[in-house]
Design a protein around this ligand. Structure first.
Ligand code: Q0Z
Length: 286
C-alpha cells in the first residue's frame, strides 16, 4: 500500500483505499468468516489466493465483459482498480439450488420470479442458470428481489447489460471449473458504470468468498454440499458447540493448515499456476 492511500471502506475481510490518482486499491486480508462471524484466527495466504483467483478470472473474461482491474500489487493481495459508479444490486447467478434459492423454492416454488420445475431437491442442478438479483444490505442479509425492482434500482439499460454479462460470466466460469473438478454452484457479481458509460465488472469475482465452490467428486442431490474451502472450519466450529455469535473461537493449527491447503488447491486447480509462482510474481495469472 502506498502511504498517500486514504481508507474509504471496510468489508468483513477486505479493505478499500483511494489512491492519489483517482483509482482504488482493494486489499484482501487473511481473515475468514463462518456463520457470518469473522474468526480471530487468520488463514495464511487466503487474501493472496482470493486476489489471484479474481485476477485470473478478470484476465480470462475481459473480452466477454470489461472489468475494473488495472494491475496487481506486488503484495499479491491488492488489486488496483478503475473507480466505477456501482449499481445498487448484487448480481447473483445460480446453477444449483442452495442457500436462499433453495429456501425460496422449497417454500414457494419460485426464486426471484423464476417459476422452476416441480420436484427439485436441495443442491439440484437447475435446467438453466438463473439470474437472481438481491439488494445490498448494509447490515444483515441481502434480500432477493424480482426483475422489476432490480431494473428500477439500476435503470433498465444498465440492468439488462449487467444481467446478460452475469449469465455469460457464469456460463463461462462454471463450465471451466467443472472441467477441473469444482462445481460453481452460484456466484455473486457487482457491476458499476465507468466514466465512458460502459457497464464494468467490479469488486472480486468468482472466488470462494463470492461463490459456492463444491468438490465435484462429493456432489449429490437432496442434501447440503461440503464447501470446497470452509468445510474444515465449519465442522470444527460445530464440534466445539460454539453458539455462532461473536466472538468466534480461535482455530487450532490443524484446522488452519487444512483450510489453507484447500484454498491453495482451489487456486492451483483453477489457474493451473503453482501458488508459489503467483506469490513470486502475481501478474503470472493475467
Ligand atoms: C467496491 C467493498 C472492500 C469494502 C465499493 N471499482 C470500484 N469502484 C467503486 N467502488 C467500488 C469498486 Cl470495487 C467498491 N466495494 C465493495 C470492497 C471493502 C467494500 F474491499 N465498495
Amino acid at each position: 500500500m502506498s502511504l498517500d492511500a486514504a481508507h474509504v471502506g471496510s468489508g468483513k475481510v477486505r479493505e478499500l483505499y483511494a489512491l492519489g490518482d483517482g483509482t482504488l486499491a482493494l486489499t484482501a486480508s487473511d481473515r475468514i468468516s463462518t456463520f457470518d462471524v469473522v474468526l480471530p484466527t487468520p488463514i495464511p495466504d487466503k487474501g493472496k489466493v482470493l486476489t489471484g483467483l479474481s485476477a485470473f478470472w478478470f484476465g480470462r473474461t475481459r473480452e466477454l465483459v470489461p472489468n475494473h482491474l488495472l494491475r496487481l500489487g506486488d503484495d499479491g493481495r491488492t488489486m488496483v482498480c478503475r473507480r466505477l459508479e456501482m449499481l445498487p444490486i448484487e448480481c447473483v447467478v445460480r446453477g444449483y439450488l442452495a442457500g436462499s434459492g433453495w429456501k425460496d423454492y422449497r417454500d414457494t416454488g419460485v426464486v426471484c420470479g423464476h417459476d422452476l420445475p416441480e420436484g427439485l431437491e436441495e443442491s439440484s442442478r437447475l435446467p438453466e442458470p438463473i439470474f437472481t438479483p438481491a439488494t445490498k444490505a448494509v447490515a444483515g442479509h441481502d434480500e432477493n428481489i424480482d426483475e422489476e425492482r432490480a431494473a428500477a434500482l439500476c435503470g433498465d439499460d444498465a440492468y439488462r447489460v449487467a444481467k446478460e454479462a452475469s449469465l455469460a460470466l457464469y456460463r463461462f466460469a462454471s463450465k471451466y471449473a467443472e472441467s477441473r473438478g469444482i462445481i460453481l454452484a452460484d456466484t455473486k457479481f457487482e457491476f458499476g458504470v465507468a466514466p465512458d458509460g460502459s457497464v464494468n465488472l467490479g469488486d472480486e469475482a468468482l472466488t470462494p468468498d463470492s461463490s459456492r465452490f463444491w468438490p465435484a467428486a462429493d456432489y449429490g442431490e437432496g442434501r447440503p454440499q461440503a464447501s470446497f474451502d470452509k468445510q474444515f472450519v465449519r465442522d470444527w466450529c460445530e464440534r466445539t458447540g460454539w453458539d455462532k455469535t461473536a466472538p468466534g473461537p480461535e482455530l487450532p493449527d490443524h484446522v488452519v493448515a487444512g483450510t489453507r491447503a484447500r484454498y491453495v488447491e482451489a487456486f492451483e486447480k483453477l489457474t493451473e499456476v503453482p501458488f508459489d509462482a503467483y506469490v513470486a510474481n502475481p501478474e503470472v495469472v493475467l
